[in-house]
Ligand binder design. Structure first.
Ligand SMILES: Nc1ncnc2c1ncn2[C@@H]1O[C@H](COP(=O)(O)OP(=O)(O)OP(=O)(O)O)[C@@H](O)[C@H]1O
Ligand SMILES: [Mg+2]
Length: 297
């Protein structure tokens, strides 16, 4: 277990004492989802932004929190201005509502970008974000946390606090290894045994099937954790900077349509059932395989 820094229990210890991650979901509170990975550059922010926007399009009230608090990429992807609002919020210079970008029912709490004061302060990000969540989780249907790369204690605590964790993995071997390390530490240190897997930058169906099999079997066998497969996103070829445009602006693209299927299926499933049983999961995984195959066709 991670140690205490002061007399107060750390957020992870407090979480475990409350058994918070297991019992938080109620009808009145937002469903909180961490988009996480361990590995950098796998598509966490792309997935978080797109997922949040699609949920808002479906009529849900959504808050996306950029937890990469001093390297905020959400604003960049959405073409919004860079601000210091996150610093102003945590230093009590501004109210939450004045620090959130509002685009209909999609709200974004962005981070800062190279803010020196935040850098010098050395934030306890988990404590700050959990405070924000506890204060505002009744105002939203969904809260999505775009997590930074790495397995800092702060990120792990936010992952553990969330109702769901979407682990984004690419075929890169180091992405697979890092996601396994993340899942392992969440299990051993926080008792979390349940995750969702989103495969990104996939080239073909064989690769997708192989990754699903390897990851689900390894995680189940060695960690006794469940990995629910959300689906796969094809690696878009072409200029590096074209992906975000296709993702966020091209509503006729296969990528957009595939995303809608994945998001809709997930929301339907969590609304009809708060937990998966074994037969649900087997069905879920085989459906995902078929859907992914059809997007590659
Ligand atoms: N399916 C895909 N096909 C092609 N390019 C992609 C795909 N998914 C993401 N990318 C590109 O990969 C890069 C990294 O994406 P993104 O910033 O979303 O990753 P991240 O995991 O949030 O990174 P970081 O760890 O730095 O926060 C971006 O250039 C993005 O456009
Ligand atoms: Mg990111």
């Amino acid at each position: 277990m991670f140690g205490e820094r002061s007399g107060k229990p750390s957020p992870s210890e407090w979480l475990l004492a409350q058994n918070k991650y297991k019992g938080k979901k109620t009808l009145q509170k937002a469903t909180t989802i961490s988009i996480t990975a361990g590995k950098g550059g796998v598509g966490k922010t792309s997935v978080a932004v797109k997922w949040a926007k699609l949920l808002a399009d479906q009529g849900y009230k959504v808050l996306l929190v950029d937890c990469d608090y001093n390297l905020s990429n959400t604003v960049v992807k959405l073409g919004l201005p860079v601000t210091n609002d996150f610093y102003d919020l945590i230093s009590a210079q501004k109210e939450f509502t004045d620090c959130v970008f509002k685009m209909g029912s999609f709200h974004l709490l962005a981070g800062c970008n190279g803010n020196i004061e935040i850098f010098k302060k050395g934030l306890e990000l988990d404590r700050i974000i959990i405070d924000i969540l506890v204060t505002h989780e009744r105002e939203y249907d969904y809260i999505l946390l775009d997590c930074p790369a790495g397995i800092s204690k702060e990120t792990l605590t936010l992952n553990a606090y969330s109702d769901y964790r979407f682990v984004v993995v690419t075929p890169d071997k180091s992405s697979v290894t890092d996601s396994y390390s993340l899942i392992k530490i969440l299990n051993k240190e926080f008792g979390v045994n349940d995750h969702h897997l989103l495969l990104n930058k996939i080239s073909n169906d064989v690769q997708y099937q192989r990754m699903v099999k390897t990851l689900t079997e390894t995680v189940e066998h060695f960690l006794s954790c469940s990995l629910h497969v959300l689906g796969g996103l094809r690696k878009e070829e072409g200029p590096v900077d074209s992906f975000d445009r296709i993702l966020l602006e091209e509503e006729n693209s296969a990528l957009h349509k595939n995303f809608i299927k994945i998001v809709s299926k997930f929301t339907e499933e969590i609304e009809s059932s708060s937990s998966f049983n074994e037969s649900d999961r087997a069905y879920f995984q085989s459906t995902r395989s078929n859907e992914f195959r059809s997007t590659l066709a």
